[in-house]
Design a protein around this ligand. Structure first.
Ligand SMILES: Cc1ncc(COP(=O)(O)O)c(C=O)c1O
Length: 357
């Protein structure tokens, strides 16, 4: 018997932040940039309602689009809903990329841009980050007539850095108009910097920029898989052909609606993040661990000048029930990524840091 031959893709598969560790029971997971406080209590009430599980969901996610449109002042026809922003990135890649095309990503950036680009046959070019930050000049240098998409996360994962609104506008201005700029706003809600504007704010009227957002981070719904994209109407329509008809469960849609309604919960999360990111940053740098200034809900910790290297640090924290994210798959040396957790997890992290570094 000879089965059809699967397509060969020569890529490293994505590895998420670890949830478990040998011999650890319920570890404190600070490895996947998940929400510190979890979903809004009003989202949790959905699960006490009579859920109609036998019926297919609304394949057009009308209720969620209505609320997104109202909350952010966006045209409904320019929205697309995905099973996580991950699916939006995948759909954009399927829609625009083929063999012979090129994309540009920052060398230290979210791995799914390169993975989906390669799955769809495109070659990935890597722009150097300068001082751990996305560089417009390094990116523009790599443009050629095969370039179809430039991906940027702002703030960037895993470096935890951001570029100012002026830089983002410079990027768009310096890219040829026929290149799609894909701006990933996954951590936008956390940012309180005055010179920052989210992709959604900057490009609400652009004809060649696409923005994606997620409910997995500040809204605490990573498990339900919910995200969305906003872009030019023709692009949204084109991408929609690649979207499975019922990609979002009805429960996820309801949860997204409730999450957006609860503005107080959003504020509470931002306040929690501001408070703890400052406390953690101040402590971490006294231990000669280099890191980014607080911007999103995580830090990239570099151990070059610290008492322990990354391997030792990982071991110390995991032996104390705390999981951090290894950076090997990102090719970043001697570093771990730390997510800001709830009060208990943060205090535990600080305590172990104090005792061991
Ligand atoms: C920059 C960035 N974009 C997108 C995602 C994916 O999020 P989602 O859960 O919406 O697929 C992540 C997840 O870590 C991320 O860091």
């Amino acid at each position: 018997m000879s089965l059809p031959k699967p397509k060969q893709v020569n890529i490293d598969l994505y590895e998420g932040g670890t949830s478990e560790f040998k011999n650890l029971r319920s570890p404190l997971k600070l490895s996947a940039n998940e929400s510190a406080l979890g979903p809004s209590p009003s989202v949790m009430e959905i699960f006490n309602q009579n859920l109609n599980l036998k019926q297919y969901p609304d394949g057009n996610s009308k209720n969620l689009k209505d609320i997104i449109s109202k909350t952010f002042g966006l045209d409904k026809d320019r929205l697309i809903i995905g099973a996580g922003s991950d699916e939006i990135i995948s759909l954009i890649s399927q829609c625009f990329l083929s063999e012979g095309d090129e994309v540009i990503v920052a060398e230290e950036s979210f791995l799914m841009y390169r993975i989906y680009s390669q799955i769809n046959g495109a070659k990935v070019k890597y722009a150097k980050n300068i001082n751990n930050k996305f560089s417009v000049d390094e990116t523009v240098k790599l443009v050629c007539n095969k370039t179809k998409i430039v991906f940027i996360a702002n703030p960037n994962n895993p470096t935890g850095t951001y570029i100012a609104d002026k830089e983002m506008l410079k990027l768009r201005k310096n890219l040829p108009d026929n290149i799609l700029l894909m701006v990933d706003d996954a951590y936008a809600e956390y940012v309180t910097k005055k010179d920052y504007k989210s992709g959604l704010e900057i490009f609400n009227n652009s004809s060649n920029t696409f923005v994606c957002r997620t409910f997995s981070k500040i809204y605490g719904l990573a498990n339900l898989r919910l995200g969305w994209g906003f872009g030019p109407k023709e692009i949204v329509e084109a991408v929609n052909f690649f979207r499975p008809p019922f990609n979002i469960s009805g429960i996820a849609e309801k949860a997204g609606c409730e999450a957006l309604k609860d503005k107080n919960w959003l504020v509470k999360n931002i306040e929690h993040n501001n408070k703890w990111s400052k406390i953690i940053y101040d402590k971490v740098i006294t231990k000669n661990i280099k890191t980014n200034e607080p911007v999103a809900n995580f830090f990239l910790l570099n151990f070059d000048n610290a008492k322990h290297n990354e391997k030792e640090a990982y071991k110390i924290f995991s032996e104390n029930n705390i999981l951090l994210r290894k950076m090997n798959s990102y090719g970043i040396n001697n570093s771990l990524r730390l997510t800001i957790g709830n009060e208990e997890a943060n205090n535990k992290f600080l305590d172990i840091l104090e005792k061991n570094f």
